[in-house]
Write a protein that binds this ligand. Sequence first.
Ligand code: TA6
Length: 295
Amino acid sequence: VKDWNGIDQIVLKVPSGASARVSLHGGQLISWRNEKGEELLFTSSKAIFKPPKAMRGGIPICFPQFGNCGTLEQHGFARNRIWSIDKDLLPLNTNSKVECGMAAVNLILKPTDDDLRSWPHCFEFRLRITLSMEGHLSITSRVRNVDGKAFSFSFAYHTYLSVSDISEVRIEGLETLDYLDNLSQKERFTEQGDAITFESEVDRVYVRSPNVIAVLDHEKKRTFLIRKDGLPDTVVWNPWEKKSRLMADLGDEEYKQMLCVDAAAIEKPITLKPNEEWTGRLELSSVPSTCCHDH
Ligand code: TA6
């Protein structure tokens, strides 16, 4: 299918009715619907669908850097490039295939000459997105150093979860961890002992976080399970009201319906020697919340 800019999108569907939609622009997941057709990722109603800027929402990929340091654009260039379908991995006649009950697509990104001018390291970034029969999403990034010298990068799956009301959301799994607080010059703090809840702007990198994190949406009685591998850190971000008003591509009140919980590798960038390959894997599922914690 074509998107708003005539850029190819790939739609993954499974018989249960779950679906996912990937744009070749940025290799960005822009939709993930469960078997009831409910959208599980947040997309801003004021998203600007104009490359090279990434669309606000879904799961943009932050590579080769997370954040705003040095010469690269904020969160690196990968989310602002057109990716290709990795034909080496798929039969030529399809851009996605259903195998053992799941739908899958493989994309690939290599640096442009412009990219090499701003980040002089040759890499091959293979992205594999699969949707299981039950509607579970898995995203695997494999970055290979095809350069003559070692290089380092930071990375995040910048995941915008759709929530009903941010003040009714809690995160379990990050208790007692250290975090770097972006709102106070990345100063290091330690999280207290119970679940994280939200009543103001939050912009933190929890370091060395566990590989399973739960995001409980009280109102929708729904829990997102986030499983990650090769991604030791977890970014938690909600811009809240004041910052939202300053963002042209986010509705003033929409901070209430979104929460970024990004599986990431930030505190300790990943270093690859020539021909070495790194794998970062994210699995997302959404399950009914059996126990509804009272606050
Ligand atoms: O998620 C953490 C963060 O770095 C925030 O500080 C905020 O800038 C957010 O990413 C969004 O970045 P973007 O470039 O997508 O607007």
